[in-house]
Write a protein that binds this ligand. Structure first.
Ligand code: ZN
Ligand code: ZN
Length: 269
């Protein structure tokens, strides 16, 4: 196996019960319970450990009426990752559920799109509707990291390490990026919120929290080009990820799963 081939873990840390009508612009004709799970991802290989997103903590969960199922630190510990030693964190976008816990990785360099920082600190944040998914403390923490020389900006596509690239998608948040990772089963695309659920990209529907609907829909096309098959696309909030992929090891079922492993059959498979 080459130095540019990685293992990928999805680590669930949170949960939110909701109805399917809340997950799509225009509602959903089925109107069934359709909860969201919250994840961070770990990419592990010869080049090191790369964390994708930093989630939210218990205080934020209470403020936003979400549930922390297991703190991120414990999820990382379960697969022997010490946050103190992590050197690279990729932030897909600055929403509260992706950019909290901002002191968890004291040594890390953060990778972010230019456009996302401009969006989260500029005139769009004058509008309550657009700033709602952001937390000012998360954004300020990222500004402080810029001033500390700890942020590496990307503009469109960028390489983080051999076999790991980021790609700007936009749409849901103006500077949202996804991450493509080389694995033993081919390139896997961690879509993050470029598709919250499998259902969004499979049916061409759009999650209600959106900056630009057209860019979300174009993003589905981009992701499909980046991934060899639909089975290589990982949605940002779908509980099905935990049943389609095997546990990282016995005892971690429903919590930490391996995305570089072949998924069990589903509509996307
Ligand atoms: Zn988001
Ligand atoms: Zn999200």
């Amino acid at each position: 196996m080459g130095d540019d081939v990685y293992d990928i873990y999805a680590i669930r840390y949170g949960h939110h019960h909701r109805e399917s009508s809340e997950n799509f612009i225009g509602g959903d004709p089925h109107d069934i319970p359709q909860p969201l799970d919250y994840f961070v991802w770990a990419i592990v290989g010869a080049q090191g450990t790369f964390i994708v997103d930093t989630g939210f903590d218990e205080i934020m969960a209470q403020k936003r009426q979400r549930q922390v199922t297991t703190p991120i630190r414990e999820g990382l510990k379960a697969i022997e990752i010490d946050p103190e030693t992590v050197e690279n964190v990729i932030v897909t976008h600055l929403h509260y559920d992706h950019a909290g816990n901002y002191e968890l990785f004291p040594r890390a360099r953060y990778h972010l799109q230019d456009v996302e920082m401009g969006f989260a600190t500029g005139r769009c944040m004058c509008h309550a509707l657009l700033r709602f998914p952001f937390e000012v403390d998360d954004v300020v923490a990222m500004v402080r990291k810029v001033f500390a020389g700890r942020v590496e900006f990307h503009d469109g596509a960028g390489q983080i390490a051999p076999g790991i690239t980021v790609h700007r998608i936009g749409g849901h948040s103006k500077g949202l990026q996804c991450v493509r990772v080389k694995t033993k089963r081919g390139d896997v695309v961690i879509a993050s919120d470029a598709t919250h659920l499998y259902a969004h990209i499979e049916t061409g529907r759009v999650f209600p929290v959106t900056y630009n609907v057209g860019d979300v829909l174009e993003g589905y096309t981009t992701i499909k080009k980046l991934a060899p098959t639909m089975r290589h696309i990982i949605p940002g909030h779908d509980p099905l990820v935990l049943t389609r992929y095997p546990a990282a090891r016995p005892g971690l079922e429903g919590w930490v799963v391996r995305l570089d492993a072949e998924p069990k059959a589903g509509k996307s498979g």
